[in-house]
Design a protein around this ligand. Structure first.
Ligand SMILES: CCCCC/C=C\C/C=C\C/C=C\C/C=C\CCCC(=O)SCCNC(=O)CCNC(=O)[C@H](O)C(C)(C)COP(=O)(O)OP(=O)(O)OC[C@H]1O[C@@H](n2cnc3c(N)ncnc32)[C@H](O)[C@@H]1OP(=O)(O)O
Length: 184
């Protein structure tokens, strides 16, 4: 279950280890963009995920399903849960200090998730081969060792920072990512 061949690292893929300048174990990661639907504090209806890394290579966060996240009455919308998985996976690959985007996201829904549930999310990388990174995530109900409600596997592809400036809002990016200058 979960992984297709497209999200399974090929034989010989590099096994990721923490970047030399990874945040120390236990650090909060902060948001990569204040208006991000997944982690931005300024997003009015976003998920507001606040993640930390226990070891410099994986990411943990909690997400409490609210009334804004419903699909069926009283139950989480599957697309919102997929967004939460995408976000923690994106945060975990950002730990390696290179920009990546989601190319493929596979999600398994194992249990219904009622409004009010806190999901304990965890994401990790299973391998890197060239520009491709293979990642997985899970969401457990109520506690870090609770039953798994959602699982995901993803292929992320490395891009350069110009990707975001070229296709998105270059000024907003320059305002929050000072390491990136537009027209340097
Ligand atoms: C303030 C501004 C902030 C700016 C942002 C700064 C940093 C952001 C970085 C990290 C932020 C930290 C945390 C982020 C947290 C969450 C964010 C969630 C992430 C997202 O939510 S991000 C949005 C959704 N995402 C997209 O918007 C991508 C749209 N897309 C494309 O932009 C292109 O499609 C791209 C670049 C993916 C590839 O295009 P390309 O031309 O560069 O490369 P190419 O097509 O050659 O693919 C190379 C190899 O990947 C294989 N491949 C490609 N796609 C595949 C697929 N779907 N399935 C299976 N294999 C696939 C090929 O088969 C080939 O494989 P091979 O090399 O073996 O032939």
């Amino acid at each position: 279950m979960t992984r297709s061949s497209l999200t399974t690292p090929p034989e010989g893929a590099d096994q990721p280890k923490a970047h030399l300048n990874a945040p120390p174990p236990g650090s909060a990661l902060g948001s990569h963009y204040s208006r991000c639907f997944g982690c931005g504090a300024d997003h009015p209806t976003g998920l507001h995920l606040a993640a930390r890394t226990p070891d410099g290579a994986t990411v943990e966060a909690e997400f409490t399903v609210g009334t804004a996240h419903q699909g069926a009455p009283g139950l989480a919308h599957g697309g919102v849960l997929a967004a939460a998985m995408d976000e923690v996976i994106g945060m975990s690959i950002w730990l390696f200090h290179k920009p990546y985007v989601t190319a493929r996201l596979e999600t398994d829904y194992l249990l219904p998730v009622p409004v009010g549930t806190t999901l304990h999310l965890r994401a990790w990388c299973t391998g890197v081969a060239g520009r491709k990174a293979y990642l997985e995530a899970e969401g457990r109900v109520g506690a870090p060792d609770g039953p798994v409600a959602v699982r995901a596997a993803a292929l992320f592809v490395e891009v350069n920072m110009e990707h975001f400036a070229q296709h998105g809002d270059a000024e907003a990016m320059a305002a929050e990512h000072h390491e990136y200058e537009v027209n340097p």
